[in-house]
Ligand binder design. Structure first.
Ligand code: SF4
Length: 87
């Protein structure tokens, strides 16, 4: 469960609309499920915030900000490298 007190952007999330009936935690073999979740993320007004939060909090499961966990691992590696270089 996402803590809305630390993620207020979540209130504007497209996925908060339960009428979609799409899982944002499809298995990695469920390519259709992944595509459906990503399609909703593509319409989301807070996808940038969502992706940043998922990267920074190291979410290892699910679709966040239109990216799978594998895609986020690549982004996170770059983000951590930037932090390392800046310090
Ligand atoms: S980007 Fe996707 S997972 Fe993130 S809040 Fe928006 S719809 Fe939900």
């Amino acid at each position: 469960m996402i803590d809305l007190t630390v993620t207020p952007w979540r209130e504007a999330a497209a996925c908060i609309d339960v009428t979609y009936q799409v899982s944002f935690f499809p298995s990695k073999e469920d390519l259709l499920g992944i595509a459906k979740a990503k399609a909703i993320c593509a319409t989301c007004p807070v996808s940038d915030q969502c992706l940043s939060w998922a990267i920074e909090s190291n979410q290892t499961e699910g679709i966040w900000g239109g990216h799978t966990s594998k895609e986020r691992r690549t982004i996170r590696r770059g983000w951590l490298e930037e932090i390392r270089k800046a310090s």
